[in-house]
Design a protein around this ligand. Structure first.
Ligand SMILES: C[S@@+](CC[C@H](N)C(=O)[O-])C[C@H]1O[C@@H](n2cnc3c(N)ncnc32)[C@H](O)[C@@H]1O
Length: 259
């Protein structure tokens, strides 16, 4: 039997950011699978549940929590060990999802924060479930990413005229950064790694946003050297009040390099 799987991008948690296509898909899902994790993820799971209650009408659905396997300490690993660790973790996760999906007739839904195309493993995990021999018909519904929200809030075009945009993580930023990359969008950076670029690139501009789309949304923009301490202070305040911070930022060189 083929099980229909809907991977649905849900934006930031604000129901106004759900697309019509996402709302229609959510109203067809019989079982939502969510990872059972601690910390910020508990908060995000609560927000997903609230979204379902807001937009699903006259359709019975269940929410099934799938316990996540333990994941090792990423920060202490080199890139090869990190990638191997993530692969093992995805595989263990896929096996757990496969067990649950085999017991369902569908449609099964995954609610993905932002857009499934940006630093999210759901599509890969669903592919791994299929590779384990579960017959799936998968549809992906795009959502509004934190990258798009960041650009809109700062009223930015991400690329310079005809230029490139480089999307990366805090983990990779220092090794990769070069003004010739064009504008650089950084996600998954828990420690404001951009501070380490200042010595070589003192003219960088930053457009920073945290908790985008949520009631405690915060924005800061300006020369990185001048606003770095303000961003650090806002991060601390947000973490103290909510328990976690999610932030994304754009770095722009005022004097672009060649290329
Ligand atoms: C696992 S990735 C998920 C990205 C998500 N798929 C998206 O499209 O935004 C998590 C990272 O996304 C960014 N992020 C997610 N939600 C955010 C928000 N509400 N405000 C700012 N950044 C956010 C942060 O960089 C965070 O570290």
């Amino acid at each position: 039997m083929t099980v229909e799987v809907l991977v649905i991008g849900i934006g930031s948690g604000d129901p106004a950011h759900l697309t019509g296509e996402a709302v229609a898909a959510m109203n067809r899902v019989d079982v939502f699978l969510v990872a059972d994790k601690g910390g910020a993820k508990v908060d995000l799971t609560t927000m997903r549940t609230a979204l379902c209650e807001t937009v699903i009408h006259d359709h019975a659905y269940r929410v099934v929590e799938v316990t996540d396997p333990q994941r090792g300490p990423d920060a202490e690993r080199d890139q090869v060990a990190y990638e191997a660790g993530v692969r093992d973790w995805h595989q263990a996760r896929a096996k757990r999802y496969a067990e649950v999906i085999r017991a369902e007739t569908g449609p099964v839904g995954f609610l993905v924060w932002g857009d499934p195309a940006f630093y999210d493993s759901t599509i890969r995990i669903v592919d791994s479930v299929a590779a384990l021999g579960v017959d799936l018909a998968v549809t992906v519904i795009p959502g509004i990413s934190s990258v798009q929200l960041l650009a809109a809030r700062h009223r930015l075009v991400l690329n310079g005229v005809g230029g490139s945009v480089h999307l990366t993580t805090g983990r990779r930023l220092v090794a990769e950064y070069d003004p010739g990359l064009g504008d650089v969008v950084v996600m998954l950076d828990g420690t404001l790694t951009c501070a380490r670029l200042l010595e070589d690139h003192p003219d960088l501009q930053i457009f920073w946003g945290a908790q985008l789309g949520l009631p405690d949304e915060a924005l800061v923009a300006g020369p990185l050297a001048e606003v770095l301490e303000e961003i650090r202070a806002v991060r601390l305040r947000l973490r103290a009040s909510r328990g976690w911070v999610m932030d994304t930022y754009l770095l722009r060189a005022t004097t672009p390099g060649p290329g």
